[in-house]
Design a protein around this ligand. Structure first.
Ligand code: F6R
Length: 369
């Protein structure tokens, strides 16, 4: 049932090009048009929405954090992202013009379900992004966009995360088209670029041997830090979460701009720091800033693991280990930069003798508080 792989985790990581392609299937047309019939909210109502609120837990929350950048950039709608466990006990300001998006692989996470009910009680419309047909969260939502990752057996989420991201991008682009965007050709071009993502993930997966080797060499470390900016920041959080869950190591993700506000005090000789670098063309300003961050931590002895776009020569002198990913539009980059972090966590966990499919203390679906 593991299809020849030693674990479900490795199988599911390898299935990601397919999972992403399946989630796009039938939803994007050749001319950069989108067909999302599942979003049964009429276009007139979509135009009236004045705020998007995303609620989710864990890895699904990280996909929501990335979605915020895309939604605000493409739709100009304010977007908040909140942990469902916090949102449900707050007094959020929502009404019939709010769109609440609940993201959940299982569709049964108690906190996310309660957050969704909380939003509905304030009159908000609710859209679910979910991987499990007929589960509770979609049943209680006004509309659902299913991710087509297929069953995810390993406790730690991998392919479900990438497909949640794809679904978030689709929602953002759909809202942009329904509400009007000042650069319709730009929107169509991103939609076309999405179609190339499965191939890009395929290429990332084909080059993972050095990442596994690096992971094995770090098996005795106590701590790994992850840094990112813009959409790379939630990717850093996700990389750290995967490492905690699978390798039982101390791992933390930071926004690189926060380094000087505290975390840089942690940097000491030999500390592995993974840095997610934005595209030099897509985000030139941020690219320059992160290159300085890498220099700063390296000057303090960090062992830098740099994930950067192919052809990014500027980072080379400061990278003790360089992991290259194919070029994508800046906002889509998490679809390729997350993959090496999954492989890294999985290989490090295996090197430490851990069971990757069933990490200690964790359950696949958290149906209690
Ligand atoms: C991490 C992981 C969890 C889930 C979280 C939400 O690898 O799997 O953090 O993402 O428990 O679960 P769902 O998406 O089922 O609501």
């Amino acid at each position: 049932e593991k299809g020849g792989y030693p674990s479900f985790m490795l199988k599911e990581i390898a299935e990601q090009p397919r999972a992403v392609a399946d989630t796009l299937l039938g939803r994007i047309g050749p001319e950069g048009t989108l067909t999302l019939d599942e979003i049964r909210i009429p276009a007139r109502e979509l135009r009236e929405i004045d705020k998007v609120v995303i609620v989710a837990c864990g890895t699904a929350f990280h996909s929501g954090l990335i979605a915020k950048y895309a939604i605000e950039h493409w739709t100009r709608l304010p977007c908040e992202v909140e942990l469902a466990s916090e949102f449900r006990y707050r007094d959020p300001i929502l009404d019939a013009r709010s769109l609440t998006v609940a993201i959940s692989q299982s569709g049964e996470t108690m906190d996310t379900l309660m957050a969704l009910r909380h939003a509905r009680e304030q009159g908000s419309r609710v859209l679910a992004i979910c991987n499990t047909n007929g589960s509770t969260i979609p049943r209680e939502s006004d509309a659902v966009l299913y991710t087509h990752a297929g069953p995810e057996i390993a406790v730690a989420s991998t392919k479900a995360f990438l497909t949640q991201l794809v679904a978030c991008y689709l929602v953002a682009l759909y809202l942009a088209q329904a509400r009007g965007n000042k650069d319709p050709e730009g929107i169509r071009s991103v939609i076309r670029d999405l179609a190339g993502v499965p191939g890009a993930i395929e290429r990332v997966l084909a080059g993972m041997e050095p990442v596994r080797e690096l992971a094995r060499s770090l098996a005795d470390q106590d701590t790994v830090l992850f840094l990112g900016r813009h959409v790379g920041y939630p990717v850093a959080l996700e990389g750290a979460l995967k490492l905690k869950e699978l390798a039982y190591m101390h791992a933390e993700g930071f926004a690189a701009g926060e380094l000087k506000h505290g975390p840089i005090a942690l940097v000491d000789r030999g500390l592995p720091v993974v840095v997610v670098v934005p595209s030099p063309q897509g985000e030139p300003l941020l690219h320059g800033k992160i290159v300085s961050n890498i220099q700063e931590i390296r000057a303090r002895g960090a062992r830098t693991v740099v994930i950067a776009q192919e052809g990014d020569t500027e980072v080379v002198p400061y990278a003790d280990h360089l992991i290259s990913v194919p070029a994508t539009p800046a906002l889509l980059q998490p679809l390729v930069t997350t993959v090496p972090l999954q492989v890294f966590a999985c290989a490090l966990a295996t090197a430490r003798g851990n069971e990757v499919d069933q990490p200690r203390n964790l359950a696949k679906s958290v149906t209690v508080e």
